[in-house]
Design a protein around this ligand. Structure first.
Ligand SMILES: [Zn+2]
Length: 78
């Protein structure tokens, strides 16, 4: 009875453990990649589609005296 309970608990928790391991691996991998991409503070989000991009890829557009940033794709259709 006890051994069956242990096995049941193991298989109940195993998927969670695997999920946690996968999340940790993904977190480590994405954190390593972020060193090559600009930090969030130096990116602008597009005023039309909310896509984020570095300043060089964004286009300032003057809308009623206020400057908003569009991505290259939205600036072309503006
Ligand atoms: Zn856009």
């Amino acid at each position: 009875m006890i051994s069956t309970q242990v096995i049941d608990e193991f298989f109940a928790w195993a998927p969670l453990t695997v999920l946690v391991v996968i999340l940790v691996v993904v977190y480590v991998l994405t954190r390593g990649e972020k060193q090559f991409s600009p930090p969030i503070g130096k990116t602008y989000s597009c005023a039309r589609c909310a896509r984020r991009g570095v300043r060089e890829h964004m286009v300032p557009v003057n809308v009623e005296g206020a400057v908003v940033w569009y991505c290259g794709r939205c600036a072309q259709t503006h």
